[in-house]
Design a protein around this ligand. Structure first.
Ligand SMILES: Cc1cc2nc3c(=O)[nH]c(=O)nc-3n(C[C@H](O)[C@H](O)[C@H](O)COP(=O)(O)OP(=O)(O)OC[C@H]3O[C@@H](n4cnc5c(N)ncnc54)[C@H](O)[C@@H]3O)c2cc1C
Length: 458
């Protein structure tokens, strides 16, 4: 062990004695690898890392930080970077895993560092599925705390709407179990307020009775972007809530790791998850298949355990910046504007420009209110680009159709904290800031999509 920037070696050794996991300081062999995450756009540089093995470790680590006024960062997989840790303590939850499924109540309980593929596999043994997103590699907690817009979103709503209980270590080092009846402010705020209120050590949530679906992707040549986008827009107005889809304009680099048909060219990728029969699914997607020359068609009946194949998100770490804007509507003019900004011939640098259809259950308020807004949005627009200093042209260019609100799970960049307020309606943000003022008055949990604490209004 070497000495960290401002942490005395004996203090770090004392924390190390108190936890089952490990404490790492800059210079330790495992320090840098432990900081590595999926999105490498920003690098954490904490004074020390606590690699926690359970909730008791988290309590010790947070108390250690609180006693010294050290800011705290939390990392599971690194799929959702925002403000990178600059000094302070980074709590790495990636070793804190575990899933327990209760088929009788159709619920799952997961530990703080669990990834979605683990829940998908455990739930499938009981004919159930969770409300995971496009990549089974994202962390359950980070995804759900940001809302959680999944493959079956239109049928079942946000993942956060299905949380029944959460266990959290707040910045004072205390553990809380928050439910609809207990610690209700915390229960409301954490479901949507992301990592601002402490470290979630366990999450319990409902599962849905889904064993299979009809899903996959339709890939069209980029030259057909206008026909496909217009056809998809019209088609989304006709489909049932059992069907959730998205469309991405992909401009992927000409590199070995990308399938040849996608390399170095514009491709339109429509992703579909339909909960009805394959026969009905085939009929439903008929008009889309006819929208342009298909390059690849992977739509098929599949067990839910293969749900990662619907989007086929990248699995290897890359540095990228992600922006988002919720859209009120997608009319013909909006599609025209999007094609100008990102269609064939556009000066677009984004690797992916994605539209996800919302509506259905994501448009309805949950049974137990939470801090996830956007119930009025019809589509989620997001862009993914390699680090670049250019302004986010596509998102800004679509502002006329935007709700003015961003979906924070699709906002990953070093300036994410400056944009956090735009993730919420003003009343939601004010309540979150007031709860933050009570739970974390010194803003120890600030390396995230940060909500600055606000004193309670008289
Ligand atoms: C390829 C890819 C696909 C995605 N698909 C979807 C999708 O379909 N739908 C969707 O809604 N989102 C999606 N996302 C976004 C993703 O859900 C968020 O970025 C999420 O925050 C990732 O969480 P993580 O723990 O994996 O990442 P990390 O970078 O490790 O964590 C991100 C943040 O989550 C918070 N956090 C994580 N664990 C805890 C904890 N135990 N306690 C408190 N706070 C915690 C912290 O604030 C942390 O800074 C996707 C992201 C990627 C890269």
């Amino acid at each position: 062990m070497t000495t960290g920037k401002s942490i005395e070696k004996p203090a770090a050794a004392d924390l190390s004695e108190r936890i089952r996991g490990r404490v790492l300081l800059p210079g330790d062999d495992d320090f840098a690898p432990e900081l590595d995450g999926f999105n490498q756009i920003s690098e954490h540089s904490p004074d020390l890392v606590a690699v926690v093995a359970g909730a008791e470790d988290v309590r010790e680590a947070v108390s250690f930080a609180a006693a010294r006024g050290l800011p705290v960062a939390v990392q599971a997989t690194g799929h959702g970077p925002s403000t990178a840790a600059d000094g302070g303590l980074l709590i790495s939850t990636r070793g804190m895993r575990g899933v327990r499924v209760d088929p009788a109540t159709r619920t799952a309980r997961v530990e703080g560092g669990t990834q979605w593929f683990e829940v998908v596999e455990a739930a499938a043994e009981h004919g159930l599925a969770p409300l995971n997103g496009s990549s089974p590699l994202t962390g359950v907690i980070g995804y759900t705390l940001g809302g959680g817009l999944g493959l079956m979103a239109r049928k079942y709503g946000y993942a956060a709407d299905h949380v029944t209980a959460l266990e959290i270590v707040t910045p004072d080092g205390q553990s809380h179990r928050a439910t609809a009846d207990q610690d209700t402010d915390l229960f409301w705020a954490v479901r949507g307020g992301k990592g601002n209120f402490g470290v979630v050590t366990a999450l319990e949530f409902g599962l849905v009775p889904v064993e299979r679906l009809y899903g996959g992707g339709l890939f069209f040549a980029g030259e057909a972007a206008a026909e496909v986008l217009h056809a998809w827009r019209e088609w989304t107005a006709t489909v049932p809530e059992d069907l959730t889809s998205s469309l991405a304009l992909l401009r992927l680099p000409d590199v070995e790791s990308i399938p040849p048909f996608l390399r170095g060219r514009l491709t339109v990728h429509v992703r579909i998850a339909y909960l009805g029969s394959a026969e009905d699914g085939d009929k439903l997607v008929g008009p889309l298949r006819a929208a342009g020359p298909l390059v690849v068609d992977t739509l098929a009946d599949m067990p839910y355990t293969r749900c990662g194949e619907i989007h086929n998100d990248p699995t290897e770490p890359i540095p990228y910046s992600e922006r988002s804007m919720m859209l009120r509507e997608l009319d013909e003019a909006a599609v025209g504007a999007l094609l100008e900004l990102a269609g064939p011939g556009a000066d677009c640098i984004d690797l992916a420009v994605e539209l996800r259809q919302l509506g259905g259950a994501v448009g309805r308020p949950p049974k137990t209110p939470n801090a996830v807004d956007h119930r009025d949005a019809a589509f989620a627009l997001s862009t993914l680009s390699l680090p670049d200093n250019r302004p986010p042209l596509v998102v800004d260019g679509m502002a006329a159709w935007g709700t003015g609100r961003r979906y924070l799970n699709f906002l990953a960049s070093p300036d994410a904290a400056d944009l956090t307020e735009s993730g919420y309606e003003p009343a939601t943000f004010a309540r979150l800031a007031e709860i933050k003022g009570r739970v974390d008055p010194d803003n120890l949990f600030r390396f995230n999509h940060n909500i600055a604490p606000r004193p309670r209004q008289a």
